[in-house]
Design a protein around this ligand. Structure first.
Ligand SMILES: [Zn+2]
Length: 68
């Protein structure tokens, strides 16, 4: 396995390289696929799979707002 920049969720620290907390939907594309996942903190993420692997290209803020 190659080790590049390890990204994690800025909201809860869930590693992007780890298994998604919850897979919302999958979409096939010409170059690979897009996977919508929900993080443990409620943040919706868009992961794109291509020949280089899977990476998170977009993520929303956590849906469950907590005071403080
Ligand atoms: Zn998170």
């Amino acid at each position: 396995m190659t080790s590049t920049t390890r990204a994690v969720c800025p909201h809860c620290g869930w590693p992007d390289g780890a298994e998604p907390f919850q897979v919302v939907s999958r979409h096939g594309t010409a170059t690979g696929g897009t996977v919508w996942t929900r993080c443990a903190c409620g943040s919706l993420q868009v992961r794109v799979s291509d020949g280089c692997g899977t990476r998170v290209v977009s993520r929303s803020r956590p849906s469950a707002a907590r005071a403080g």
